[in-house]
Design a protein around this ligand. Structure first.
Ligand SMILES: *[C@@H]1O[C@H](CO)[C@@H](O)[C@H](O)[C@H]1NC(C)=O
Ligand SMILES: *[C@@H]1O[C@H](CO)[C@@H](O)[C@H](O)[C@H]1NC(C)=O
Ligand SMILES: *[C@@H]1O[C@H](CO)[C@@H](O)[C@H](O)[C@H]1NC(C)=O
Ligand SMILES: *[C@@H]1O[C@H](CO)[C@@H](O)[C@H](O)[C@H]1NC(C)=O
Ligand SMILES: *[C@@H]1O[C@H](CO)[C@@H](O)[C@H](O)[C@H]1NC(C)=O
Ligand SMILES: *[C@@H]1O[C@H](CO)[C@@H](O)[C@H](O)[C@H]1NC(C)=O
Ligand SMILES: *[C@@H]1O[C@H](CO)[C@@H](O)[C@H](O)[C@H]1NC(C)=O
Ligand SMILES: *[C@@H]1O[C@H](CO)[C@@H](O)[C@H](O)[C@H]1NC(C)=O
Ligand SMILES: *[C@@H]1O[C@H](CO)[C@@H](O)[C@H](O)[C@H]1NC(C)=O
Ligand SMILES: *[C@@H]1O[C@H](CO)[C@@H](O)[C@H](O)[C@H]1NC(C)=O
Length: 799
């Protein structure tokens, strides 16, 4: 048996319901059966005819492999396989003769396959519960079942066990992964999260049962009760208590695209309707007011930037724009709002204050994102302060409190319980719109320029959101920079780097007192730059400046200084004085990945996923996106730092060189660190950016397994090198061994498998087989499929 015991147990738990409930006979879908995505031949129906499995044509084009209620005209979908990549006409789902169940396109490329059921399926079956199962020969336990891998819906008799997730779709008719998830966590808590859309990492929780340590699984039973049960089966938290006759109505509970979990019923027949309309009607929903529930600190929230949420009479949220604003995308009310006027100009000699006024909205709040907080003040004072602040576009006034907001605002809502008002700054008339080109463009016009750009481009929502975000970041950046330029530092021409004297840095680090880390060539100290606003920094003192001369140092500093990416540690300045060579970086409060990853308790799976994404993007940026490409040459956990939000920030370009096409080993001594260095360092081969891909592959495996590549271990049996072991586990289909005891990862085996496959591609001995970092990021993020990697081969023996 390839499956691990905990797996089998959780499968059994999932199974008790469906199988005991449907002891009646059901039709088998035998080996060799298939369905083709076209208008005609497209489903396998359950014996009662209630449910069907097959292809549904989606309005937006393409086919969805799905399960739906087949007897009702709406054909409501309750499960789908390929919402993120719809299948084209002629695609095929087949249970082929060697027991593989695969969805493939007309060119026979795989689009989807169930996890953990690669081979050995003897037959499949669409059950009357709505569960679709793949069954092994003479085993009553299915190898795979749709109930175990739900999308956004659960049905009566279905159980959400620990580690299971529901993901909302993007929109009513768009089955692609959306912005909300519900996680039945391994810690026993049931939590609703927003995601870092378009990624599915958990952003901010907005509802939970608060049952860490005691919740076991969510049960949805025939009489319409949905509850979180303890491990002994008793009700721990009742999500919906109903007592209806499951024989009379169809039921489902779905995490909808607006982040609300709604339970619906639909009469099976007019006779059994008992006064209910012949359509889906809502029986219960959670949370009770979604507009007020979401308060995330990062990202646009439910309604998008500058928008606000109103709960309608039907208790469903709608998103609206304040006066002076319209939707970015008129067809998507969650796309956020853009101003119809030209925002206030921050050019220094332009005093546009008189040209603006406020629109007022009662009981309206944008609770996050305060720029300032003043108290006690009058409303007039509040208006005045916002009017005179060219960065203030919104302010909230309530009970002598005034909160000017950073732009753009988010998490907005109308809340009758909020005794206050929103002040929305708008231009008095639109006539200036045409004259926007007049007047000198100064650096301070950035905001205006970008917003104007986004208004003019006005086509793609996503582009606009990006632009908006960049305005937001731009303002942030700009206001920071403005403060900094006041400071008395000489600046390196062309880049925004400060040049420090040795004395200054000695003072900042309190005489190089607090050591943060030490490498072969450098020591890092904590410091504080004590000017207008104290800023914590990490000062790296290069101990041995071998070979590198003055010009080389300058070139290197300038190439580092030109980089700017959220996954890189930002260089603040440098010191180049006599023999002293120091680099000053932003301080990263959460230390290095090496400490974080290999310590107890280990970081959770989702943090590790985020770090993998971030590191990959950072390296990709260094290789391909910055003005002078950089090979890092020493990617390892010690060189990946973590900021306040545990975002990966690659550091130490100390070994990196400007990418030079003829760069070979002869011009560079072997760089890098044992365990992470690519085989070509030891061979007569050119050193290319692929050395970083190799090191990243090792790091990715370490992230997956929370284990060092080389681990010194007392009991010799376990001292296998990680990369070697990972390949063996992959080859033998025993990936769960890699994440032993890691329940979160075990509940996300699809991704574990994908990540391991990507890592194995990265550690190919032959550099040309390794993907580029661009491809790596795309594979990790799911933008491109990952094919099965070959044996990285004899690379171990070459070390
Ligand atoms: C389904 O197929 C399995 C294996 O071929 C067989 O044991 C079982 O009896 C079949 N069930 C039905 C209902 O045909
Ligand atoms: C669908 O079409 C394929 C190929 O024509 C055929 O083999 C299969 O039996 C059909 N399935 C159904 C359910 O009619
Ligand atoms: C339905 O089947 C017929 C005969 O196999 C075929 O000619 C027709 O193209 C099919 N319809 C669609 C929409 O594929
Ligand atoms: C399942 O068992 C039956 C006989 O019991 C055999 O004919 C069939 O080939 C087996 N299928 C698989 C996939 O092993
Ligand atoms: C599976 O079926 C085969 C023959 O169909 C039988 O010999 C074997 O004992 C069965 N295995 C189990 C675990 O029941
Ligand atoms: C569904 O929404 C996603 C995310 O906005 C988008 O990328 C995708 O194109 C949409 N799909 C369809 C079929 O409209
Ligand atoms: C469903 O669960 C509720 C709450 O535990 C219970 O009162 C009810 O009897 C259950 N119904 C069925 C059909 O199991
Ligand atoms: C189930 O567990 C809870 C908490 O541990 C306990 O209070 C309750 O009595 C148990 N119920 C049964 C039927 O064992
Ligand atoms: C947007 O909201 C308006 C009313 O506020 C509504 O009529 C329209 O259907 C909504 N559109 C979408 C795409 O949600
Ligand atoms: C500005 O223009 C927009 C549309 O172009 C219009 O809806 C709005 O009422 C105008 N505002 C003023 C103050 O004229």
């Amino acid at each position: 048996m390839a499956l691990k015991l905990p797996y089998i147990i959780s499968f059994m738990l999932l199974l008790i319901f469906p199988f005991s409930a449907t002891a009646q006979t059901y039709r088998n879908i035998t080996l060799g059966s298939s369905l083709i995505a076209n208008g005609n031949n497209s489903s396998w129906v359950s014996p009662s005819g209630d449910f069907a499995f097959g292809f549904q044509q989606i309005v937006t084009g393409g086919y969805l492999l799905a399960i739906w209620f087949d007897k009702i005209p709406e054909k409501t979908i309750i499960w789908s396989a390929n919402g993120d990549s719809l299948a084209q006409e002629g695609s095929k789902i087949q249970l082929n003769t060697n027991g593989n169940f695969v969805l493939s396109d007309p060119k026979d490329q795989q689009i989807w396959a169930p996890s953990f059921a690669r081979t050995g399926v003897a037959y499949a079956s669409m059950l009357d519960t709505g569960n679709f199962v793949l069954v092994r020969n003479n085993s009553s336990l299915p190898l795979w079942q749709s109930f175990g891998e739900p999308t956004d819906t659960i049905l009566p008799t279905q159980v959400l066990s620990q580690g299971t997730t529901l993901v909302a779709r993007y929109a009513e008719a768009n089955y692609s992964g959306g912005r909300f998830t519900i996680n039945m966590q391994n810690d026993g808590n049931l939590v609703f999260y927003t995601t870092y859309f378009p990624f599915d990492g958990q952003n901010s929780d907005y509802w939970s049962t608060d049952t860490i340590g005691s919740g076991f699984q969510v049960i949805f039973n025939q009489s319409g009760a949905i509850y979180l049960a303890r491990s002994n089966g008793t009700v721990l938290y009742s999500i919906s208590s109903n007592s209806i006759s499951g024989n009379d109505v169809y039921q489902r509970a779905i995490l909808e695209h607006d982040g609300v979990l709604r339970q619906y019923v639909y009469p099976k027949s007019a006779n059994s309707a008992g006064g209910r309309p012949m359509k889906w009607s809502v029986l219960s929903f959670i949370p009770s007011n979604i507009c007020k529930s979401i308060n995330q600190k990062i990202g646009p929230g439910l309604c998008g930037y500058n928008s606000y949420c109103v709960l309608g009479n039907d208790q469903r949220p709608t998103c609206e724009c304040p006066s002076g604003y319209t939707f970015f995308d008129p067809n998507d009310n969650t796309s956020g709002c853009k101003p119809t006027f030209v925002p206030q100009n921050c050019g220094e000699e332009l005093h546009e204050t008189d040209l603006f006024e406020f629109a007022e909205m009662m009981n309206t709040d944008w609770p996050s994102n305060d720029r300032e907080a003043y108290q006690p003040v009058s409303e007039d004072w509040c208006r005045e302060v916002c009017l005179n602040d060219c960065f203030c576009s919104f302010a909230i006034f309530s009970n002598q409190n005034c909160w000017p907001k950073n732009y753009p605002v988010y998490n907005g809502r109308i809340d009758s319980g909020f005794a206050g008002k929103a002040l929305i700054k708008i231009r008095k008339d639109n006539s200036t719109k045409k004259s926007e080109n007049s007047g000198p463009k100064k650096k301070g016009d950035q905001t205006t320029l970008i917003i104007t750009g986004s208004v003019l481009l006005g086509s793609s929502v996503f582009l606009n959101l990006l632009l908006l975000l960049s305005v937001f970041l731009g303002i942030f950046h700009f206001s920071n920079r403005r403060r900094k330029t006041v400071q008395p530092f000489p600046v390196m021409p062309g880049i925004n780097l400060r040049s420090f004297s040795y004395k200054e840095l000695e003072k900042a680090t309190n005489g190089f007192k607090e050591e943060l880390g030490r490498g072969a060539f450098s020591t890092v100290y904590k410091g504080v730059l004590n000017y207008e606003d104290p800023q914590a920094v990490a000062v790296k003192r290069l101990d041995r400046m071998v070979r590198e001369g003055e010009t080389e140092f300058k070139a290197e500093v300038s190439s580092i200084g030109k980089t700017n990416h959220k996954n890189l540690a930002q260089l603040v300045g440098y010191c180049n004085e006599g023999l002293h060579r120091l680099l000053v970086y932003e301080f990263m409060s959460n230390g290095s990945l090496a400490t974080f990853l290999f310590e107890d308790p280990r970081p959770n799976w989702y943090q590790r996923i985020k770090i993998a994404f971030g590191t990959a993007r950072g390296i990709f940026y260094l290789h391909e996106e910055c003005s002078s490409p950089i090979i890092h040459c020493d990617i390892k956990p010690q060189n990946v730092l973590l900021d306040d939000l545990f975002t990966a920030r690659i550091s130490d370009f100390g070994l990196a060189k400007l990418l030079n096409r003829n760069q070979t080993r002869t011009t560079t001594a072997i760089r890098g660190t044992k365990g992470y260095v690519a085989p070509e360092w030891f061979k007569n081969m050119a050193i290319t950016a692929k050395v970083d891909v190799y090191s990243f592959g090792v790091l990715l495996l370490e992230l997956i397994c929370c284990r060092k590549n080389f681990e010194l271990n007392e009991n010799c049996e376990d001292e296998e090198i990680l990369v070697d072991w990972a390949w063996d586990c992959y080859k033998d289909g025993k990936l769960e061994l890699l994440v032993k005891n890691d329940e979160e990862a075990l509940g996300d085996m699809k991704r574990v498998e994908k990540f391991v496959m990507v890592a194995i591609w990265c550690i190919q001995e032959d550099p040309s087989l390794r993907p580029t970092m661009k491809k790596v990021t795309q594979m990790l993020e799911g933008a491109v499929e990952v094919s099965g990697p070959p044996d990285p081969s004899s690379f171990i023996s070459s070390i």
